[in-house]
Ligand binder design. Structure first.
Ligand code: TPP
Ligand code: MG
Length: 331
């Protein structure tokens, strides 16, 4: 079985492997949703369907020793960055073989071997964490970069502005990536935020910004590379806005009935998997038979992961108290 690091490295300069990973993410999310609906998984979950190109774009331009602080909508980030479908599914199912030992669940994917910092369910919670990681890289004179990955609604949170301000003034090697998927919970962006182009908020912090098409893996890579180069040169942070669309509802209980008619269908024409298929077909790397074969293989991979995770043991009560640290004497 491959390690997370091997699963990450296989993506480098390998568009077919990236396409394969996107299929895995899509199928993983489909089955996760079904397992929740069937009551086979407890709690809730937030699907990233439609955001696969952004996930893979980030995973392929960052190095495994760079870090990312992501959100509760990060199954795709986890898989793209190298966490195996089995490890991610076991985590969601609360099994001890999960990437966080089964005590984190859907919203807390992490794996330090590939730079996935513990993901946070607190909106904006990852931004100061990423800025802090970038400060550590700066102090240690390392060339690594940190990414804060968050949603459009998170740009209205205080932590966004505080992190952006500090990162700008200290020229931290951090990249703030907004996954602008048009919705924050059940609210369309125009009802919560007075601007649609969120990257212009960088102007207030004299920070460069980039707006890119988050449905297109090549556009993600180009924009991110520019930001990464700037950070590694010591020229400070960038605010990147990736335009995507949340194909599913906010969480598993949400049918997204508040969406304007035709909006989903319009975005589905630019489904990141479809765009990648078209690009790779044009390059002669894919054809219909190969696409069908790869989709079947992705289904089999995810089924095997579910079967294994289902059989795996749950953590013990004692496991709940491991990995807890304190720097002070308590009491
Ligand atoms: C500090 C804080 N406030 C409110 C919430 C409740 N909440 C959960 S998801 C969400 C919307 C986030 O939307 P966005 O940042 O666009 O991310 P997306 O879900 O679209 O990926 C809110 C307000 C929270 N988890 N944390
Ligand atoms: Mg959003």
């Amino acid at each position: 079985m491959s390690t997370s690091l091997e699963r990450r490295k296989v993506l480098k300069d390998n568009d077919l492997a990236c396409y394969e990973r996107m299929l895995e993410i899509r199928q993983f999310e489909k089955r996760t949703n079904e397992l929740f609906a069937a009551g086979e998984i407890r709690g809730t979950t937030h699907l990233c369907v439609g955001e696969e190109a952004l996930n893979l774009g980030l995973a392929t331009v960052l190095n495994p020793d760079d870090v990312i602080a992501a959100t509760y909508r990060s199954h795709g980030i986890a898989l793209a960055f190298g966490i195996s479908p089995h490890s991610a599914m076991a985590e969601i199912m609360g099994k001890s073989t999960g990437c966080a030992g089964g005590v984190g669940g859907s919203m807390h994917m992490c794996d330090s071997s590939v730079g996935v910092l513990p993901t946070s369910a607190i909106i904006g919670g990852g931004m100061p964490v990423a800025a802090g990681a970038a400060l550590a890289f700066q102090i240690q004179k390392k060339k690594n970069v940190a990414v804060a990955y968050f949603g459009d609604a998170a740009t209205n949170i205080g932590a966004f502005h505080e992190s952006m301000n500090l990162a700008a003034i200290w020229k931290l090697p951090v990249i703030f990536v907004i996954n602008n998927n048009v919705y924050g919970e059940y609210t369309r962006i125009n009802l919560s935020t007075p601007i649609e182009d969120l990257h212009i908020r960088a102007d207030s912090y004299a920070m460069p910004s980039i707006k890119l098409d988050g449905m297109d893996i090549y556009a993600v890579r180009t924009g991110m590379q520019e930001a990464i180069d700037r950070a590694r040169r010591g020229d400070g942070p960038t605010l990147v806005e990736a335009k995507t669309y949340r194909f599913a509802g906010h969480s598993r209980a949400d049918q997204a009935l508040y969406r304007p008619e035709g909006e989903l269908e319009m975005w589905q024409k630019r489904d990141p998997i479809l765009l990648t298929e078209q690009a790779l077909t044009k390059k002669g790397i894919l054809d219909e038979a190969k696409i069908a074969q790869m989709k079947a293989a992705a289904e089999a991979t995810i089924e095997a992961a579910i079967a294994q995770a289902t059989k795996d043991p749950e953590p013990t009560v004692k496991d709940m108290f491991s990995n807890i640290f304190t720097s002070q004497k308590v009491g």
